[in-house]
Ligand binder design. Structure first.
Ligand SMILES: *[C@@H]1O[C@H](CO)[C@@H](O)[C@H](O)[C@H]1NC(C)=O
Ligand SMILES: *[C@@H]1O[C@H](CO)[C@@H](O)[C@H](O)[C@H]1NC(C)=O
Length: 174
């Protein structure tokens, strides 16, 4: 008899645990979704080219120093800080090799990025609530044409695997 009672209480206990687990799972995914929404509302709009370049991770937030409207106005000879958040699916990404290009009338020219690569030595990559965040400085070369175009940002891992790709409209100014 005692054994049967034990069994009964154990079953109830297990059911409570299961319900608790499901509920906290639902709350967690709801919080994640709400946080992603919050980030996307605060982010500068950008074109995510992750799928067309088979990049592993999705960008959730983009900030470009002193840019609030598109196209981003960028003065020649300026050094501009770019901050990006992305979801690395818990993979603990700690190395990013940047390949950033200016695109004007379909002509692409390499942009100078510092630090590049971004590894543990520069404090340029850190953990964020929803994955990882990194910052880098892009230099607006004096030789760039004064016109509208875009900045195409790709980041790869040490094995040249594409991790991130986004593109944002810019206008170069003097
Ligand atoms: C470019 O910027 C650097 C550092 O801010 C400054 O020393 C230099 O004079 C600038 N060059 C031109 C051509 O404006
Ligand atoms: C600026 O552009 C010129 C011409 O493309 C290039 O030779 C030079 O290295 C560039 N400067 C930087 C800092 O990237």
């Amino acid at each position: 008899m005692r054994g049967a009672y034990m069994d009964y209480y154990l079953k109830i206990f297990l059911v409570i645990c299961a319900v608790h687990q499901i509920t906290s799972g639902v709350i967690k995914s709801t919080t994640d979704a709400a946080y992603k929404k919050y980030l996307s509302l605060r982010s500068l709009p950008f074109e995510d080219c992750a799928s067309s370049t088979s990049s592993l991770y999705q960008v959730s937030y983009l900030d470009i120093e002193s840019c609030t409207t598109l196209p981003c106005s960028m003065a020649r000879n300026a050094t501009i800080k770019v901050t990006v958040r992305f979801d690395d699916n818990g993979n603990g990404v700690s190395f990013l090799k940047h390949e950033v290009r200016w695109v004007f009338n379909y002509i692409k020219t390499q942009a100078a990025i510092t630090p590049d690569p971004c590894d543990g030595d520069h404090g340029c990559i850190m953990s964020a609530t929803d994955g990882k965040a990194y910052w880098a400085n892009v230099f607006v070369n004096n030789t760039l044409p004064v016109m509208k175009g875009s900045m195409l940002w790709e980041s790869k891992d040490a094995n040249d695997q594409n991790l991130i790709c986004f593109q944002v409209p810019v206008v170069i100014t003097v």
